[in-house]
Design a binder for this molecule. Structure first.
Ligand SMILES: *[C@@H]1O[C@H](CO)[C@@H](O)[C@H](O)[C@H]1NC(C)=O
Ligand SMILES: *[C@@H]1O[C@H](CO)[C@@H](O)[C@H](O)[C@H]1NC(C)=O
Length: 341
């Protein structure tokens, strides 16, 4: 009776598809081949060893929190406590924690499950024998037993102390068994211990423990500065000129020295540079923005009250309103408004 079987198979295939779609619904677009893109990629992501161990420990700690106020923890179950031993350190609670460990953590979830399995004997050992003496599971498991992390402020295979980096950088490998312990200085800082200022920065503050470097003024070229402001530059950037009398860099007004704008533009100086902007269309040449800054009025415009005004669409001056049907008022008033926009 194979046609019947076929029907049944097809039925189950559809059922599977529907169930599959339902199960995948909360995520984006489901794919029946199981490539659930972003979430899956995050789950299978492989974290560096110390990070992976730390993730496992945090998930375990979550489990401890989750089981902290359990049914066995109540005062009314005192007899049970005695019979089972303290629930707090019981095998039962450990099993409950282990069951939920690594769940729903996203990044590195698969690796976390692997690691949990691998370290199960160690974690059990800690649970039974060390959790009171050494309550810091991260230190016990990741630093001392698995030897994948170092305490904060230590780096490398032997957990050597990190340099201070003067608070202006990070020690490479800090807290892990990796790295070389060199400082990675923040932007603007330099030196093995990040205890000097980088290029184009100056010392804004320094005492025994702290150093603060700030950006040189934008007037300063490479070569830096001795302090704040354009007067402290060693060399001026282009667009600025060293003022030998005042000392320091002064902005060049290119609108005076090198105005390269066209006739239908006006020049605006700014610090270190200049801009050419288009004249108002009512102008034939201008000294600034707007119909009141024209040198001459453009064709079709006439100077009225100091402004070049559109006259091209105006009704010739001597016609009068003897014929009310023409209603020239509306047109006359709307047109200039539109033109100004
Ligand atoms: C090392 O890491 C700890 C903890 O994240 C941090 O407090 C400390 O400043 C770091 N030290 C250096 C030198 O990066
Ligand atoms: C209006 O036009 C008429 C005829 O063209 C003329 O007689 C009259 O003086 C004009 N009025 C005004 C106010 O210009």
């Amino acid at each position: 009776m194979w046609p019947n079987r076929l029907v049944v198979s097809i039925f189950f295939l559809f059922l599977a598809i529907i169930v599959g779609i339902e199960a995948d619904l909360p995520q984006s677009v489901p794919s029946l081949s199981g490539g659930n893109s972003k979430k899956d990629r995050q789950k299978s992501e492989k974290l560096p060893p110390c990070r992976a161990c730390t993730v496992l420990v945090s998930s375990f700690r979550e489990g401890m929190k989750r089981t902290a106020r359990s049914k066995h923890d109540g005062g009314d179950a005192a007899w049970e406590e005695e019979r089972l031993g303290s629930y707090k350190t019981s095998e039962l609670r450990l099993v409950e924690i282990q069951e939920g460990v690594c769940r729903e953590i996203g990044r590195g979830e698969d690796q976390c499950h692997q690691l949990a399995e691998e370290h199960e004997p160690l974690i059990e050992d800690w649970w039974k024998s060390y959790q009171n003496e050494q309550p810091d599971l991260q230190q016990w498991l990741c630093v001392e037993q698995a030897k994948v992390c170092c305490p904060d402020g230590f780096y490398g295979p032997n957990c050597d102390p990190c340099p201070s980096c003067f608070g202006n950088g990070k020690c490479k490998g800090n807290g892990t068994r990796k790295g070389n312990g060199k400082c990675a200085c923040e932007e603007g800082y330099a030196g093995d211990n990040c205890d000097s200022c980088g290029p184009e920065h100056y010392e804004a503050f320094r005492d025994a423990e702290k150093l603060l470097c700030s950006n040189c003024h934008k007037a300063c070229a490479a070569g830096g500065c001795t302090g704040a402001g354009p007067n402290a530059c060693r060399v001026c950037r282009s667009g600025w000129v060293m003022d030998s009398q005042r000392g320091g860099c002064t902005d060049i007004d290119e609108c005076i020295t090198a105005n390269t704008c066209t006739k239908q533009q006006f020049c605006v100086n700014n610090e270190g540079s200049f801009n050419c902007l288009e004249c108002d269309k009512s102008c034939d040449g201008c000294d600034g923005d707007g119909p009141d800054m024209c040198q001459k009025c453009a064709d079709g415009y006439e100077l009225r009250d100091g402004m070049c005004t559109d006259i091209s669409k105006e009704v010739p001056a001597n016609t009068n309103e003897s014929d009310p049907e023409e209603e020239p008022d509306q047109e006359e008033e709307e047109q200039p408004v539109n033109d100004e926009l």
